[in-house]
Design a protein around this ligand. Structure first.
Ligand code: BES
Ligand code: ZN
Length: 639
């Protein structure tokens, strides 16, 4: 699965391609941050000053205004003042219009506060400094969001599956919560929240808190998240959402024409929850629901507490891509329960989660499936490592000289999970499972650094069972570049066969139609295509398509790989189908590689620009930014 989310390259750049070769993983999430800017020392991506004051609770009132594409908001922040000398509350915002700010005392009495909204920083947004020398218990901000808010997408009815109602959704990770709520937007700071949301009649609103599947569509919704969460897990969506139960504590939310297919694809959700619980202790959040978004959702999945957000591109009918659910569910332990304290520590979220995902996948779908997914992730890690500068290859990059274009990619997901699989292999499953469970228990509802994780690992695993792994080996995994030589590689007889078939096919000794591909699952097709050379011979590609009808495939994982190869091979006949794929799907990981392949030639660039002009309105702000940055880079490269 290698860091598909990294379809953002989490700390990665606005420029999706970089000077290096396009990786599907490298697009954007944070924006092109090279060095920490003027922000707080502990989190270069936030202006908050948590040593002075911390938000402990958010009371949010929102009105969803579809015609204006904006949220009218009132955010009341409960504060825990830490420093008696602190004079101000500093918040993160991006493109918010602030109407007024007031303090609220214990009796509910309000008084206006002075504030200053700094000029907009391209990456960080606008620092909001609220003068509060009296250390009020609460501060209330009345504001509206911008139609272009980086963390929201607004879709008119025509851009939804059922075309009846408008749709909106948020994507807050990494630092986009600040574009729809003024807050301390750092994963080190956790708060509980309440929300009251008004929306048009007939619209269903969902948030990253327990949702009532039987809530009446009366235009008024309330939510309470009783567990302290970091800001990147704040989430909201609203639209023509139907609900279908998949188990005693799970349901899928999706547009009416999609919900049945989604419920079928995700019918194993309860089994997944039980599998994770058996390994790592109780699921602590109550319900676990999945919201299937329109295809413009820029990621595969997002682990919003109680309500995973998911791309519809995994609804392929055979459950072959449901490890996405295993992944997002796994974040209920790794990420949402035990949270990376900074974006530099993000492997604690994504690496541990990818490991747990593999365990759930293995338990439900067998070792063959889990090993294939691990091998795909290893393969894409190797490709990524070949392009990354040294500091980008470390699980925990050294602070200071982190080039954000290279901060978090497949390394967090794939190398991170590989480290845990190595620990599992050295210590044995029983011991390692106990250890990991104790880690989740020990740090539950805390945000921790890599060093805190290591301080727990040493006495509780490494020193406790001597002779299995040295501390130097641990440090090599965490702080070293590349991957340790003896890292265990899972076995896959099917992949070995596919390697042989691919070689024979490319050598011309095996006809496309003679490939033994009838029984290939999604991952086997992905592996076959991932192993193709960069510019495969055109004639071979055409034979492959004639035999296996890859053009127009409903499976976008296969489609993305196929179109990229066909475009690279110079097969203009696939351009219309590739354009249809890239227009319909806004998921960065599945769409950017198509654009990246096209822009390599002047003709292709011109075509890509035409495609984008039509597709743009349907894309999420992140996808728009990524495509535009790609074009800018391609044009610069051509002159
Ligand atoms: N938390 C990530 C998504 C994310 C990461 C969004 C960083 C923005 C910035 C999520 O859990 C994830 O990893 N999603 C993957 C799917 C997974 C199966 C690898 C994705 O979106 O492809
Ligand atoms: Zn993840």
């Amino acid at each position: 699965m290698g860091g598909k989310a990294g379809s953002g390259g989490i700390l990665a750049a606005l420029q999706p391609t970089g000077s290096r070769k396009m990786s599907p993983l490298r697009t954007l999430a944070l924006g092109a941050l090279a060095l920490p800017l003027a922000a707080h020392a502990n989190d270069p991506y936030s202006y908050a000053q948590p040593d002075e004051v911390r938000v402990t609770h958010l009371d949010l009132k929102l009105k969803i205004d579809f015609p204006q594409r904006q949220l009218d908001g009132q955010a009341t922040l409960t504060l825990d003042w830490k420093d008696p000398k602190a004079a101000a509350l500093v918040l993160d915002t991006r493109d918010l219009s602030i109407a007024s700010i007031e303090s609220v005392d214990a009796s509910g009495k309000t008084a206006p506060l002075h504030y200053a909204l700094a000029a907009r920083d391209k990456q960080l947004g606008s620092k909001l400094t609220i003068q509060a020398p009296q250390h009020p218990h609460e501060v209330r901000i009345i504001y509206t969001t911008a139609p272009s808010a980086s963390g929201l997408q607004w879709l008119p009815p025509a851009q939804t599956a059922d075309k009846k109602q408008p749709f909106m959704f948020s994507q807050s990770e990494s630092i986009h919560a600040r574009s729809w709520v003024p807050l301390q937007d750092s994963p080190a700071i956790r708060f509980t929240y309440d929300a009251q949301v008004t929306a048009p009649q007939d619209t269903r609103v969902a948030m990253s808190a327990p949702n009532d599947p039987n809530h009446p569509l009366n235009g008024s919704f309330s939510f309470t998240q009783t567990h302290p969460i970091p800001s990147y897990l704040l989430a909201i969506a609203a639209g023509d959402l139907a609900v279908k139960e998949t188990g005693p504590r799970s349901a899928v939310y999706a547009e009416p024409s999609v919900v049945g297919k989604a419920a079928h694809e995700f019918e194993d959700t309860e089994k997944m929850i039980q599998t994770a619980e058996k390994l790592y202790g109780p699921y602590r959040w109550g319900r676990y629901d999945i919201l299937v978004l329109p295809p413009s959702f820029p990621y595969g999945g997002m682990e919003n507490p109680n309500m995973t957000f998911a791309t519809p591109t995994v609804l392929v009918g055979d459950k072959s891509l449901v490890s996405l659910v295993a992944h997002e569910l796994a974040h209920s332990w790794s990420g949402n329960l035990v949270t990376a304290a900074s974006w530099r520590d993000i492997w604690l979220n994504e690496g541990v989660t990818t490991y747990v995902q593999g365990r759930i996948t293995e338990a439900l779908y067998g070792e063959r499936q889990a090993n294939e997914e691990a091998l795909l992730s290893i393969q894409s890690l190797h490709k990524e490592l070949a392009r990354l500068p040294e500091n980008g290859q470390r699980l925990a990059p050294k602070p200071g000289n982190v080039d954000a274009d290279d901060t978090l990619t497949d390394v967090a997901y794939s190398k991170g999970s590989w480290f845990l699989r190595t620990l599992e292999q050295r210590y044995g499953r029983a011991t390692f499972d106990n250890y990991l469970k104790s880690y989740f228990d020990h740090f539950a509802f805390q945000s921790i650094t890599t060093e805190q994780m290591l301080d727990f690992l040493k006495p509780n695993l490494i020193d406790k069972y001597p002779g299995k792994m040295s501390w130097d080996e641990v440090k090599e995994w965490v702080y070293g570049t590349g991957v340790p030589k003896d890292a265990p590689v899972p076995a896959s007889p099917n992949f070995a066969t596919i390697d042989k078939e691919r070689s024979a096919f490319l050598a011309g000794t095996l006809d496309a139609g003679k490939l033994d591909a009838k029984g290939w699952n999604t991952q086997e097709w992905m592996y076959f295509l991932d192993g193709m050379p960069d510019a495969p011979p055109l004639a071979r590609m055409q034979q492959l398509d004639a035999a296996w009808h890859l053009t127009g495939t409903p499976n976008a994982e296969i489609g993305m790989r196929w179109y990229v190869h066909a475009i690279n091979a110079g097969d203009k006949a696939v351009w219309p189908a590739a354009a249809e794929h890239a227009t319909r799907i806004g998921r960065l990981y599945l769409t950017m590689p198509i654009y990246a392949a096209l822009v390599k030639t002047p003709d292709g660039l011109a075509f890509a620009q035409q495609v984008y002009a039509k597709a743009k309105d349907g894309y999420h702000p992140l996808t728009q930014q990524a495509v535009e940055a790609l074009f800018a880079k391609a044009k610069a490269g051509m002159h």
